[in-house]
Design a protein around this ligand. Structure first.
Ligand code: BES
Ligand code: MN
Ligand code: ZN
Length: 499
């Protein structure tokens, strides 16, 4: 898909659609005033009559518009001017993209609103607009005879004066992020008969080759050599053998500190012998979202050529209740020697992550972030749209939270008080894999903490935001690609020495 950056006046841009974002309480000035004048005062009249006020989520299509070079005009509400941020701007642009990609072969010109430039900088606005149009035109309808969305023929991003050094580099960064997010979404959306540990690993190898990443795939024998008994136990009930993928990017050269990204890749979570209900199982193809997020982020980090060393670790298993399945009451010895009493085979994510995390630590990571669709409890605590953060190091956590804010993604930190440790003590082993009814997202994080030693570490529970149950104007249902942009932002800052 072609994305161009131009300094054309809005009313002169030739395209099937011109997209113009308007804030609620915005006095028409600059390019907006010029556009309104070309339209004979139409925007002002729409506002006066309250046919289009600029509320967040508003979209108004005007056909057959005289006075501008584009064939049609789409007005998009940006919400209140003082509330405009990276997240709300991206949502507005994505809802425009989703609307306009319903038809095939459409060309769009996107006017970058001066209010957005003021609120989040020209560079960020340009990047987010490109990202939103790349993400917004892809649906989860690969298997439908009539797809609901289509790629654009071309996208022109129209800048305005006074935007300093914003330009092609920013729209390119947006495209790269958007494509990385789409890769994550594609893998999450793919049915579990297509994406299982071996096929995920094969895809990772292919992607690594395309983007110049070093890639190593561990098979069962290698995982046994590495004593990854907790991960192997989870895989036991399935005919599909487990894998671990390690992707290496060295943008800062040999010897520079390494940021480790660790992802949970349960390609299908039936719950194992502690079987899930039919209803709770319906979305469990999404349980590899953590691994898919790491893969997506690694491609963007490599394509952007960030001056940083990042290693991605993806643990890949299928959790099924086959005849050889691990059992309730089993005691497992994890890679680092910690013994675990299994009291629920559906708390499998923490078991496999235990081994992957301790492997990452032994490989010499300086800092760690893990991403996992780990607990329903986190969704109960924070809702479907907010990622839970848990950490053993507040400085590192604050940096991850700041990166998320800049990227326009919602993350909220939960406490890691020592008192929670009591809840995962076992009578027969060092720890048990469930912590009882209350504080389930935190006891899961406390479990993981046992496997990161003293390394600064942040755990991101993406069980809610990584998979959307329904379509909304601003986003497609299914995989969302959440946290890809945040991880890339973290890596970028880490490389700049602000890590
Ligand atoms: N993959 C699930 C968590 C999940 C729930 C992800 C909802 C996405 C949406 C995880 O493996 C799981 O089953 N967790 C259990 C833990 C419990 C048995 C302690 C849960 O949350 O119920
Ligand atoms: Mn589970
Ligand atoms: Zn799971």
């Amino acid at each position: 898909m072609q994305i161009d950056f131009a300094r054309t006046a809005w009313q002169d841009a030739a395209a099937d659609w011109l997209v113009v974002g308007l804030a609620e309480n915005e006095a028409p000035a600059g390019p907006l005033a010029a556009l309104d004048e070309a339209l004979g005062g139409r925007i002002a009249r729409l506002r006066e009559r309250e046919d289009f006020t600029g509320k967040a989520g508003d979209r108004l299509a005007l056909y057959d518009v005289a006075g501008i070079a584009a064939k049609r005009l789409l007005l998009v509400g940006l919400g209140q001017r003082d509330k405009l941020d990276a997240e709300s701007f991206r949502k507005a642009m994505q809802s425009a993209a989703r609307k306009l990609s319903e038809k095939k072969d459409v060309s769009v010109a996107v006017a970058l609103p001066p209010v957005a430039v003021e609120a989040i900088s020209a560079r960020r606005a340009l990047e987010l607009a490109a990202l939103a149009f790349v993400v917004g035109c892809v649906g989860q309808d690969r298997y439908r005879a009539e797809p609901g969305r289509h790629p654009f023929r071309s996208i022109a991003l129209l800048a305005v004066d006074g935007e300093g050094d914003a330009g092609r580099g920013d729209s390119e960064r947006g495209r790269i992020l958007g494509e990385a997010i789409n890769l994550t979404r594609e893998l999450v959306d793919a049915p579990p008969r297509e994406i299982f540990p071996e096929s995920f690993a094969a895809r990772a190898e292919e992607v690594a080759r395309a983007h110049g990443l070093a890639c190593e795939v561990f098979d069962r024998a290698r995982l046994e050599d590495e004593r990854m008994q907790a991960l192997l136990a989870v895989a036991q009930g399935s005919a599909q053998p487990p894998r671990m993928v390690v992707l290496e990017y060295k943008g800062a050269g040999e010897g520079a500190p390494v940021l480790a990204l660790v992802g949970k890749g349960v390609t299908f979570d039936s719950g194992g012998l502690s079987l899930k209900s039919a209803e709770n199982m319906q979305t469990m193809k999404c349980d590899m979202a953590g691994a898919a997020t790491v893969l997506g982020a690694m491609t963007a980090i490599a394509r952007l050529g960030l001056p940083v060393n990042v290693t991605g670790y993806m643990g890949l298993v299928e959790n099924l209740p086959g005849g050889n399945a691990f059992k309730v009451g089993d005691v497992l010895t994890a890679r680092n020697g910690v013994t675990i009493e299994v009291l629920n085979t559906d708390a499998e994510g923490r078991l496999m992550l235990a081994d992957v995390l301790s492997y990452a630590v032994d490989q010499g990571a300086e800092r760690i972030i893990d991403l996992a669709t780990l607990t329903g409890a986190c969704v109960v605590a924070l809702g479907e749209d907010v990622v839970g953060a848990f950490a053993n190091d507040q400085v590192w956590c604050d940096r991850v939270l700041a990166a998320a804010r800049a990227a326009g993604e919602r993350v909220w930190q939960l406490p890691m008080f020592e008192l929670y440790e009591e809840l995962i003590k076992s009578d027969v082993a060092d720890i048990k894999n469930i912590g009882g009814r209350w504080g389930g997202a935190i006891t899961a994080a406390k479990f993981l903490e046992r496997f990161v030693g003293t390394k600064p570490w942040v755990h991101l529970d993406i069980a809610g935001p990584s998979f959307a149950s329904s379509n909304k104007p601003h986003r497609e249902g299914g995989g969302t690609g959440c946290m890809v942009a945040t991880l890339v932002e973290v890596a970028e800052r880490y490389g700049e020495g602000n890590g």
